[in-house]
Design a protein around this ligand. Sequence first.
Ligand SMILES: [Zn+2]
Length: 120
Amino acid sequence: MKNFDIKKVIEWLGFILKCPVCGHKYNLEKTRIVDSEQDEAYNEAWVLIHSDCTKCKSSVMFNVEIKGPEVFSVGMVTDLTGVDSQKFNQLGPIKANDILGIHEALKEFQGDFVSSFTKK
Ligand SMILES: [Zn+2]
């Protein structure tokens, strides 16, 4: 298996994977690849997938690793929508200064989220 057909892997996963919240089978139309990498020399691939459950509306992201004939998958429930997962995938990782900025902002925080997010 030199070239992985990621779409076929997704179809296969859509067939076997169920929503961890309600047990409903995933709808392939609500499943998308967020990121992927392939290493043909080592016959390996890695795929990050986001799926929305059409029944309970929860979202799940799962990491799939393919190493030769073996497939490993780890999933987690997330509050990121499909659009969020695309958006945040394009942003870099959180930096130390981002955390320090939140820390400083929370020091001044008076407990009113509405006014905090609508202030200009
Ligand atoms: Zn569900």
